[in-house]
Design a protein around this ligand. Structure first.
Ligand code: VGL
Ligand code: ZN
Length: 198
């Protein structure tokens, strides 16, 4: 693993109440991503790196609610970050999926693949080379974010113990991991990354 901490961004994807146990679109063990992400965020900020977090942020009758149970309605408790998530070192927050007719799985582009969220410009201006990604859900927002990130030319690392998936349709988590790996996205545990950060 070859990373310069000062040119590295931790991207925390959708660690929100609705994707955690008890939430409207709960991901199995979704809250277990919080501890490794907090550890990485703190270690990275001490080495001059940065952290960003995304929030799924839908209007009350969003078009995606035909496919998914209503979730992450803007301004509701379900759309809040998990209360255990340490936001102290998060300097960039990106809200996505707020247009009525357009969903956004990726932290970079909405699902029309061309409407930018602004994250790319934001991190290019801060000379980021490596993006470390964790959060929810492996087979949707993490997958789309990591694939866009790699395509945009960033060294892209997914934290294997800081992701959890929806698992629908069956096999989607395994397929997502395969797709990411075959596209040059690297997988490391949070401990492996912490060891490199020193
Ligand atoms: C997500 C389904 C619908 C995600 C968001 O964060 O992975 N999945 N909206
Ligand atoms: Zn959503």
């Amino acid at each position: 693993m070859n990373i310069n901490p000062a040119k590295t961004l931790l991207l925390i994807v959708d660690v929100q109440n609705d994707f955690c146990p008890g939430g409207a679109l709960a991901v199995n063990e979704g809250d277990s991503v919080v501890a490794p992400l907090n550890a990485l965020s703190s270690a990275l900020s001490q080495k001059g790196g940065r952290a960003a977090a995304t929030q799924d942020w839908h209007p009350a009758e969003h078009s995606s609610f035909s496919q998914w149970p209503p979730h992450c309605v803007k301004g509701t408790k379900g759309a809040d970050f998990h209360p255990g998530l340490d936001l102290n070192n998060v300097s960039i927050i990106i809200r996505k999926g707020f247009r009525q007719e357009l969903d956004s799985y990726s932290a970079f582009f909405e699902n029309d693949s061309c409407t930018a969220t602004g994250l790319e410009g934001c991190i290019k201006q801060t000379n980021i080379e490596t993006v470390i990604i964790g959060g929810l859900a492996t087979d949707y927002c993490v997958l789309y974010s990591a694939m866009d990130c790699r395509r945009l030319g960033f060294n892209t690392i997914v934290v294997s113990d800081a992701i959890r998936g929806v698992g629908q349709p069956e096999g989607s988590v395994e397929k997502a991991i395969e797709t990411m790996k075959s596209n040059g996205i690297q997988f490391y545990t949070s401990q492996e990354i912490l060891d490199v950060l020193g």
